[in-house]
Design a protein around this ligand. Structure first.
Ligand code: CP
Ligand code: NVA
Length: 311
């Protein structure tokens, strides 16, 4: 599998076998790291890490991933560079592309990360935009594989803001890899029709069943109940409205019980607002899995960099 020179902007751009390859590579890099073995695949490379929005996991994952493989990471926060203020994205991209070998971008518009890739001409990795969070899906799927041993046929239910970056990206990833994916959300927060139609197309090849519903009985038989914050970064002003809409969709022990399965797991991309989208009780019961998922951000992000830029 050769992904050299490719950007990682959305899972839409990747074939199922390419996504599976990244998951296998991440598992291999994880096993090596556990034995104290790191690599030199990115030796001599300089990596720009642009953050318009804050981050704990993604920033740390890219930083450690770079250092473990011999690269130099350079953090560029929103007030550190001119991007989008005094300089166009196109110009900043062309400058960074002359100096850096790869660029991570976290921010608002998907259009920005796409422009960065187009104009820098180096691999660009999406560390989250308003629309997508593709590296998170790799960590989530690696975690599901570790828990269940397989991905195809897993029933994954996302509960909450069904039109946010996580819901969108989980739907794309599931449709591509054949996980049965359900969005459980009030109608006001359903994903776009366009994205649903696109995922239905992917699902024709993978056998995935995609469901969007506001009926909580849809959690019956779920292997994984997944949730995310009710207000994503940049949407803080909507807090009251979202709480009113989503309170009935809190992941609590009653909802977990409605799966009628003993081995259903809970997952969360983090950061979590406990007692909003998930109760402390459910969160703590599944904390080991949730923090495996957080750790897996590092192994999967490292795999993306090694696959697209490594020697
Ligand atoms: N899950 C995730 O992307 O976390 P951060 O916002 O801390 O990077
Ligand atoms: N939907 C959340 C994900 C955080 C990792 C946000 O965009 O803030």
């Amino acid at each position: 599998m050769n992904l050299k020179g490719r950007s990682f902007l959305t899972l839409k751009d990747f074939m199922p076998e390419e996504i599976l390859y990244l998951l296998d590579l991440a598992a291999e890099l994880k096993a090596k790291k556990k034995q104290g073995i790191t690599g030199e695949s990115l030796k001599g490379k300089n990596i720009a890490l642009i953050f318009e929005k804050p981050s704990t996991r993604t920033r740390c994952a890219f930083t450690i991933g770079c250092i473990d493989e011999g690269a130099h990471p350079e953090y560029l926060g929103k007030d550190d560079i001119q991007l989008g203020h005094k300089e166009s994205v196109e110009d900043t991209a062309r400058v960074l592309g002359r100096m850096f070998d790869g660029i991570e971008f976290r921010g608002f518009k998907q259009e920005t990360v796409e422009k960065l890739a187009k104009y820098s001409k180096v691999p660009v990795w999406n560390g989250l935009t308003d629309l997508y969070h593709p590296t998170q899906i790799l960590a989530d799927f690696l975690t599901i594989k570790e828990q269940f041993g397989y991905l195809k046929g897993i029933h994954l239910v996302f509960v909450g803001d069904g039109r946010n970056n996580m819901a969108n990206s989980l739907m794309i990833g599931s449709a591509k890899l054949g996980l049965h994916f359900t969005i459980l959300a009030p109608k006001e927060l359903w994903p776009s029709k366009e994205l649903c139609e696109q995922c239905e197309e992917y699902a024709k090849d993978s056998g995935a069943v995609i469901t969007v519903t506001d009926d909580k009985n849809a959690v019956k038989g779920a292997d994984v109940i997944y949730t995310d914050v009710w207000c994503s970064m940049g949407e803080e002003a909507k807090a009251a409205e979202r709480i009113a809409l989503l309170k009935p969709y809190q992941v609590n022990s009653k909802l977990m019980g409605m799966t009628e399965k003993e081995d259903t797991i809970f997952m969360h991309c983090l950061p979590a607002v406990k007692e909003n989208e998930v109760t402390e009780e459910v969160f703590e019961k599944f904390a080991d899995i949730v923090f495996d998922e957080a750790e897996n951000r590092m192994h999967t992000i490292k795999a993306v960099m090694v696959a697209t830029l490594g020697k």
